[in-house]
Write a protein that binds this ligand. Structure first.
Ligand SMILES: NC(=O)c1ccc[n+]([C@@H]2O[C@H](COP(=O)([O-])OP(=O)(O)OC[C@H]3O[C@@H](n4cnc5c(N)ncnc54)[C@H](OP(=O)(O)O)[C@@H]3O)[C@@H](O)[C@H]2O)c1
Length: 263
């Protein structure tokens, strides 16, 4: 049986999913660290029991205390659909946290979005690049791409995981799911061995929520070892054409991975 983490950092803890993730991780018995920008606001919106750590994802020098001593990280942060915002916060946040780890192994769960592989959608491509960095980091991970938050109908609570990112209308027709359920899947994935190295789109079907998600994770195909892309994705982003920023981050993260081999 593999080692399961006990101390988790929630990135984007004050966000609409992050708040649920903090509550769920506390409920599941984790020591919870919450990365926040504004302590007073965080104290208002987060449940008691989380350790608040101040940091800004755009300022790498602030991230050391957040990652120090944690053995899992759940990324729930995000901004807008502007290419610049997503590059400078959503993407750079993942890059900077991975670099702050300096190759120290941790269990990672990254939330991005359904439709991340849509061709020629510039902001989505930066989300995809953040996924690529997580795969390249050498850490055990789960990448969760949720459908539209809280567009579900009452009773639409059966957790469904898809692969291949084939739903690309960019509307709730691609799939919907409640925020609390997204948080539950993010936190559950840390403990389920069958969730390791898997990338999935997360939506809800009509019917009740499952008590145990092991079977749902087990049906998924793991990403190929050494591949930057998810198992069933169609992605046309050859490294030769990728932005310098990404190529630079990728090589820094790959280098640090080799310095600290996984146990
Ligand atoms: N809405 C949907 O239906 C949907 C569906 C699928 C995926 N998504 C994705 O989900 C992501 C999150 O959405 P949300 O509605 O939960 O957003 P949200 O409520 O605005 O939360 C975003 C979180 O990220 C944090 N954050 C942003 N930039 C940061 C930085 N530079 N440093 C530290 N923290 C930072 C925010 O901190 P502060 O509180 O300090 O601002 C906040 O905690 C979006 O990016 C979107 O792509 C959304």
């Amino acid at each position: 049986m593999s080692h399961h983490p006990s101390t988790v950092l929630i990135v984007g803890a004050t966000g609409s999913i992050g708040r649920y993730a903090v509550a769920e991780a506390l409920r599941q018995g984790y020591a919870v660290r919450a990365l926040v920008r504004d302590r007073a606001r965080a104290a208002r919106v987060l449940p008691a029991g989380a350790d608040l750590v101040i940091g800004d994802l755009t300022r790498p020098e602030t991230l050391g205390p957040a990652v120090d001593g944690v053995d899992a990280i759940v990324f729930t942060h995000g901004t807008t659909t502007s290419e610049r915002d997503v590059r400078d916060n959503d993407y750079a946040g993942v890059a900077n946290v991975l670099k702050a780890l300096g190759g120290r192994p941790v269990r990672i769960t990254l939330m991005t979005a359904i439709g991340t592989t849509r061709p020629r959608v510039a902001y989505a491509q930066w989300k995809l690049r953040s996924e690529r960095l997580v795969r390249a980091s050498g850490n055990p991970y789960t990448i969760v791409r949720p459908g539209w938050f809280d567009y579900n109908q009452p009773g639409q609570r059966t957790i469904v995981m898809l692969q291949g990112d084939r739903r690309q209308s960019g509307s709730p027709a691609d799939g919907v799911i409640a925020r609390d359920q997204i948080a539950r899947v993010l936190v559950d994935s840390l403990q389920v061995d069958a969730a390791n190295y898997k990338t999935l789109e997360l939506i809800a079907g009509h019917g009740p929520e499952q008590d145990d998600l092991t079977t749902v994770f087990t049906t998924l195909t793991p990403d190929s070892a050494g591949s930057l892309d998810a198992a069933e994705d169609v992605v046309d982003l050859p490294l030769e054409g990728e932005p310098e920023l990404f190529c630079h981050d990728l090589s820094a993260i790959e280098r640090s991975r080799h310095q600290t081999p996984l146990p």
